[in-house]
Design a protein around this ligand. Structure first.
Ligand SMILES: O=P(O)(O)OC[C@H]1O[C@H](O[C@H]2O[C@H](CO)[C@@H](O)[C@H](O)[C@H]2O)[C@H](O)[C@@H](O)[C@@H]1O
Length: 530
């Protein structure tokens, strides 16, 4: 570690000048944040200072077993070191044994965007300890799993080797930022531990990102809290603090989401700036996008106003519905002829002028039929659970199941499908989707339709704007494809979900209709101007 104790850091973002408003904001943060963290029962605090363009965001925490004075001292030093090692840089993450500090001009806490810091040190691994790497990796993976399963998102563990020639005990601590979900914690720690970190030479190492970290040492570096801290007052404090932390994280995520995924309606002029003369290909999801979510999947009707605007758009640009529904079901709900339809998340695609559908998972139909029978048997006792058979896939719905029994439905579906090596499950909104392990998803469907349309219409692909509007997790496959494509635009329809590859957002089908109407008006005006 450095003379002042940090073991790793990352400089980020642009530079600020001195004196400047941003510098003042950082100074204010350094004067208040260490105390705020040290006096918070969870030893975690977030703060933002300044107005829009000079705003500085900071997030700081201390390890759970740190005394308040040590915590404050560590963070005060962290602000000083940050200025010394990343002079005039607007962003930094800096890590110490007992605390970590992050500040920046933008909130950047998308799991995929986080960079990790690694340090490998400690005594050399004795050459006779052949099992060291394996012991260390297994221990780290076990403790990481325990941390994401635990409500505190924190776990420790140890593992010893007492062979004659090789004697050691390894200690590990893994944790995530308090307040992040178990799933986010799991993904973060899996990312961190799956990439090779162990140097192969030293017995100790630590790795961290803003959201999670782990540390391995051949000595006990954390305080053993087994059997301690069980009094009632402490629990009350922890519960209240946990609530406050959750609220802070929710606010932080909301700021971040709005900054990163602005409303497609508010940004309409910006979005369409360079579209004049371009070919527009529009892709629309069905449930939650064109039609509001309802309890009974057979009653998810779209409004006639929505139908009118989609129909008008279809006459102005290539428009496709890309749904998780069976294709014929989606067609029956939408009831518009001049649309391309992809059903079953892309397992069946039919373009307007074609008589045959493209069906990349045709050979899986018999196994889907068998799985359907087993699934029906597995969930028959659970009130409210239902099966939607879609020829190339099955949806196991649990929207109408009592909250306490929903996990059971998911577990039963997953367990049943484990018996079918050709099938896999993905998650949707209150639904488990069973699909063939074949090469298709909504991303493939978008690519396939774009390729076919480009071939048939002699499109210059660099002049095509492809827009996908969708609300569900399975739409992320399409957002991912469009994010990588020049002229690609993903729009997420969701008020709650914050992790997405889409670039813009809309709140609900009513806003989708408004956005589509703006697109119709823009297209008509653009055509009149030619
Ligand atoms: O890709 P989509 O067109 O959005 O289809 C995804 C799934 O949508 C349907 O289920 C969802 O909507 C139902 C009706 O509102 C709702 O009851 C259910 O809880 C949602 O998950 C559809 O039934 C599935 O087959 C689609 O895969």
């Amino acid at each position: 570690a450095s003379p002042t104790g940090y073991w790793g850091y990352l400089c980020d973002g642009g530079n600020y000048s001195a004196p400047s408003k941003y510098q003042q904001n950082l100074e204010q943060l350094s004067a208040t944040l260490p105390e705020a963290v040290a006096s918070s029962p969870s030893l975690f605090h977030t703060q933002a200072v300044g107005s829009s363009q000079d705003r500085a965001y900071a997030l700081a925490r201390c390890r759970g077993d740190t005394e308040a004075d040590d915590c404050k001292r560590c963070l005060t030093q962290a602000f000083k070191d940050a200025r010394a090692v990343c002079t005039f840089r607007k962003g930094i993450s800096i890590y110490y044994d007992t605390c970590s500090l992050w500040f920046a001009e933008k909130i950047k806490i998308h799991l995929g965007d986080l960079q990790s810091v690694l340090r490998a040190d400690g005594p050399p691994i004795p050459t006779q300890c052949k099992a060291f790497q394996n012991d260390a990796s297994t221990l780290i993976a076990d403790v990481a799993r325990k941390a994401s399963d635990s409500s505190q998102r924190h776990a420790t563990g140890e593992k010893g080797c007492d062979e004659r020639a090789c004697n050691y005990t390894l200690y590990t601590l893994a944790d995530c930022l308090p307040g992040i979900s178990a799933a986010q914690c799991q993904v973060c720690l899996e990312d961190l531990t799956s990439t090779p970190g162990l140097s192969g030479r030293q017995m100790g190492e630590r790795k961290a990102t803003l959201l999670c970290s782990y540390r391995l040492e051949p000595y006990q570096f954390f305080r053993d809290t087994k059997g301690g801290h069980t009094n009632k007052t402490l629990w009350i404090v922890v519960v209240i603090a946990g609530g406050a932390v959750l609220l802070a994280i929710a606010l932080l995520l909301w700021w971040w989401f709005l900054a990163k995924h602005p409303s497609a309606i508010d940004s309409f002029n910006k979005i369409t700036t360079n579209w004049q003369g371009k070919t527009i290909a529009l892709f629309l999801d069905y449930d939650g996008t064109l039609a509001p979510k309802v309890d009974n999947p057979d009653e998810a009707y779209m409004s006639s106003e929505m139908r009118e605007v989609v129909q008008e758009l279809a006459s102005l640009c290539a428009t496709s519905v890309v749904s998780g529904r069976a294709r014929d079901k989606a067609e029956n709900f939408v009831m518009i002829e001049n649309l391309h339809y992809a059903g079953n998340h892309g397992a069946e695609i039919k373009l307007i002028d074609e008589t045959e559908a493209y069906e990349p998972a045709r050979e899986y139909v018999p196994v889907i039929n068998q799985a359907r029978e087993r699934l029906e048997e597995a969930i028959k006792e659970i009130k409210g659970a239902s099966i939607e058979h879609k020829k190339f896939g099955i949806s196991v719905h649990y929207r109408c199941v009592e909250k306490e029994e929903r996990e059971l439905v998911k577990k039963l579906a997953k367990q049943t499908i484990k018996g079918f090596s050709e099938l896999t499950v993905t998650k949707g909104d209150k639904v488990v989707e069973v699909r063939p392990k074949a090469e298709f998803n909504k991303g493939f469907a978008v690519k396939y339709i774009l390729e076919q349309l480009a071939r048939k219409n002699n499109w210059d692909s660099s002049q095509v704007v492809a827009i996908f509007i969708g609300d569900d997790k399975t739409d992320e496959d399409a957002f991912k494809v469009l994010r990588k494509r020049v002229g690609g635009l993903g729009i997420l329809v969701n008020k709650k979900r914050k992790w997405t590859k889409a670039s813009y957002s809309l709140e609900d089908p009513a806003q989708v209709q408004k956005f589509l109407q703006m697109l119709v008006n823009w297209k008509k005006k653009a055509e009149a101007e030619v």
